[in-house]
Design a protein around this ligand. Structure first.
Ligand SMILES: [Zn+2]
Length: 287
């Protein structure tokens, strides 16, 4: 962790182990590399991936947490061109350089120079500000201003992976099965269900982080079922979905069933843990 200039601090959610989310002080981020930006967070959200270590179902490094946020650019490094101070931006679940072979193929989540929020001293998204590496390639600028609260909530959902956003939609047809099943949870049971309802020759897509899942390769061989998925390359999809949100064709912000401010974030986790909310919105700052 790098020291903040002048000892300035910010408030940020801190993961302290299963069941323990607190809000503490962390160094306020500053531009370190010339390709960095500092983003002041307006809205953040709690992902199912955050709730998993909160429940003790997966491990997570103690410290800052959160990887879905929308905010305003506060500062940029000298090499940043496409993003400027005052821009409203969406941050994907991972940062990426936009130039490596994987990025050019659209799999920004596998960027060779990229990484995930909270890892290796990078700030988490559930805090007042975040240092964003490769700002030009990572951040997506949102055109316009004075967006409605409804639109802002939907913009935030573009930052997330499909595991919390998508509902499993299965249509059984006379026992034949579905052409394609989307497995969004990553549990043993949901994976088995997805394969079971897929017709011979069909395809299973999986976007939930797998926990203990074993691929039933024998069943899939006998029924010619294909499998494709993995970590969502969120950065690749945001530009495609941005217009749909801004023009009101889709309203994914409806997924938020609980909201609070940053100081109340422990309750945002509890609401999801206790299944009172599919997803929680955290209002960190203003636009
Ligand atoms: Zn890359």
């Amino acid at each position: 962790m790098r020291p903040a200039q002048g000892g300035r601090t910010m408030r940020a959610a801190i993961f302290g182990g299963p069941g323990a989310i607190t809000v503490g002080d962390r160094p306020y981020p500053v531009v370190v590399e010339p390709t960095d930006a500092v983003v002041r967070v307006a809205l953040s959200s709690v992902c199912g991936t955050d709730v998993s270590p909160y429940r003790g179902e997966s491990s997570f490094e103690l410290g800052p947490i959160g990887h879905e946020f929308v905010g305003v650019v506060e500062d940029v490094g000298t090499d940043v061109r496409a993003i400027t101070r005052g821009d409203l931006v969406i941050a994907p679940t991972a940062y990426s350089d936009g130039t490596c072979s994987h990025c050019r193929a659209g799999i920004t989540s596998a960027c060779v120079a990229g990484g995930f929020w909270t890892v290796g001293g990078i700030d988490g998204g559930q805090g007042e500000a975040v240092r964003v590496p490769f700002a030009d390639a990572t951040l997506v600028r949102v055109p316009g201003s004075d967006h409605s609260d409804e639109t802002m909530r939907s913009l935030l959902t573009l930052a997330e992976r499909g595991d919390a956003a998508a509902e499993v939609v299965l249509e059984l047809s006379d026992g034949v099965g579905v052409d394609a099943a989307l497995e969004c949870v990553g549990t043993v049971q949901s994976f088995a269900t997805a394969v079971a309802v897929t017709r011979p020759g069909g395809m299973v897509g999986y976007v939930g982080v797998p926990h203990g899942v074993e691929v039933p390769i024998g069943t899939m061989f006998l029924r010619n079922i294909g499998l494709r998925g993995g970590a969502a390359p969120v950065r690749t999809y945001i530009p495609e979905l941005l217009d749909d949100v801004l023009e009101g064709r889709i309203d994914p912000g409806r997924v938020f069933e609980f909201e609070t401010d940053l100081e109340g974030i422990a309750e945002a986790y509890a609401a999801m843990d206790e299944r009172r909310a599919i997803k929680s919105l955290v209002r960190v700052g203003t636009v």
